[in-house]
Write a protein that binds this ligand. Structure first.
Ligand SMILES: NC(=O)c1ccc[n+]([C@@H]2O[C@H](COP(=O)([O-])OP(=O)(O)OC[C@H]3O[C@@H](n4cnc5c(N)ncnc54)[C@H](O)[C@@H]3O)[C@@H](O)[C@H]2O)c1
Ligand SMILES: [Zn+2]
Length: 356
């Protein structure tokens, strides 16, 4: 039971090939509850997903469309205000419904917009990228970035219904599949058992088959530690201490990078820290690295200097009492352990990684 002290986590949710039918039924049940409907898309999901979505979902014929540019740069507070003015101009009142139709960027942006607009309107998330279906749409968090710090400002909407329909992935480019595959591998490692066995021997082309199970892992971890008081929830951050730092440096250098590519490198480097500390499970961690090296190309991060990465890691939100901590299951499906990450251990792990 996913119950957060009386507040249920995504009490309405559907995952799989009929999720959009369930959204249609959900909207039909609420016909008359909403005064207007607004769909947030980026220009790519506008073109690739919205036409089919509008054709399939009943009750949205009069919906207003709000569009942003694709990419991380759209997670911006000034844009949230612009979108709020757009909602106002479309006549949205407190009984308006905002639907996010897009990847993690659109879901994060819509979540914050729906919380701030008139102090909160109803929100529905319809993730369309693998990364959003496996990870970003679940757990209720949203946010925008500021001056290179990811998700500096954000809120929490754990009650938002989520409808993740794998058919939306038909137009997803290979590069974007891989971004979600990194998070899927991370969640399969946390789950261990059959999910890890399948994921570690499959490759990213199998992701759609594993999406629902991987998403369920995130839901369970969030439910086990909803307010992040313990260390369980921090497991979802495996690979992200290093990953966020390389992502933000690569974004600064080239203006573009993949979150999943950065997380894949982060998983690989962080797993070597556990090796250096002599934690059991080195064979499994080696298997994880071989999977990552087969599916991801770390070339874009090759020019990064380990000292710059270390310096950027000091911005990590999970830093506690001046120390960087890694929360990891040393082996698939095991209980989490907290490791202190020292500069020496990081540099050693970085220099032995595949990007050398
Ligand atoms: N809130 C959370 O808990 C949470 C968790 C993980 C990640 N995130 C956030 O999610 C974001 C990354 O998500 P993402 O990888 O989905 O990025 P994204 O939203 O930028 O989508 C990636 C690209 O795929 C395109 N796309 C999406 N669906 C498509 C489809 N069906 N067909 C064709 N193209 C499609 C988008 O237009 C975009 O160009 C990051 O900002 C990250 O911080 C949030
Ligand atoms: Zn992530």
């Amino acid at each position: 039971m996913l119950d957060l002290c009386g507040m249920e986590l995504h009490p309405v949710r559907a995952l799989g090939p009929t999720a959009w039918n369930e959204l249609s039924a959900w909207l039909l049940q609420r016909a008359g509850s909403y005064t207007s409907y607004h769909i947030l898309v980026d220009s790519t999901t506008h073109e690739c997903v919205l036409p089919r979505f509008m054709a399939e979902i009943e009750g949205l014929a009069d919906a207003h469309i709000l569009e942003v540019e694709p990419g991380e740069a759209s997670k911006d507070l000034a844009l949230v205000e612009q979108l709020a003015l757009g909602l106002r101009d479309e006549g949205a009142d407190r009984r308006a419904l905002l639907i996010a139709l897009g990847g993690g960027v659109v879901c994060d942006l819509a979540g914050l917009l729906a919380t701030l607009y008139l102090r909160g309107i109803d929100l529905v998330l319809v993730p369309t990228s693998l990364l959003a279906m496996v990870d970003a749409a679940w757990g209720g968090k949203n946010g925008v970035d500021s001056e290179g710090t990811k998700n500096l400002l954000g809120t929490w909407r754990p009650e938002a219904p989520v409808f993740a329909d794998v058919r939306a992935l038909e137009t997803l480019p290979d590069r974007e599949w891989r971004q979600g595959w990194a998070e899927l591998l991370k969640q399969a490692w946390i789950a261990g058992g059959g999910l890890w066995q399948t994921a570690s021997t499959a490759d990213w082309t199998q992701s759609a088959l594993l999406m629902a199970e991987a998403a369920q892992v995130k839901l369970e971890v969030v439910a086990q530690d909803p307010f992040e008081r313990g260390t369980r929830r921090a497991l979802l951050n495996m690979g992200h201490t290093v990953g966020h730092a390389v992502e933000s440096l690569a974004l600064e250098a080239r203006g573009t990078t993949g979150h999943g590519d950065a997380v894949a490198l982060g998983l690989s480097v962080e797993s070597r820290v556990l090796d250096a500390l002599g934690r059991p499970g080195a064979t499994d961690r080696d298997l994880l690295r071989r999977r990552l090296e087969a599916d991801f190309d770390f070339a874009e991060f090759r020019g990064l200097d380990s000292r710059d990465v270390w310096a950027r890691m000091q911005h990590d939100k999970k830093r506690l009492g001046g120390q960087l901590r890694l929360v990891w299951c040393p082996q698939p499906g095991e209980a989490e352990q907290v490791e202190v990450l020292t500069e020496a251990a990081f540099i050693q792990a970085w220099t032995t990684d595949a990007l050398r």
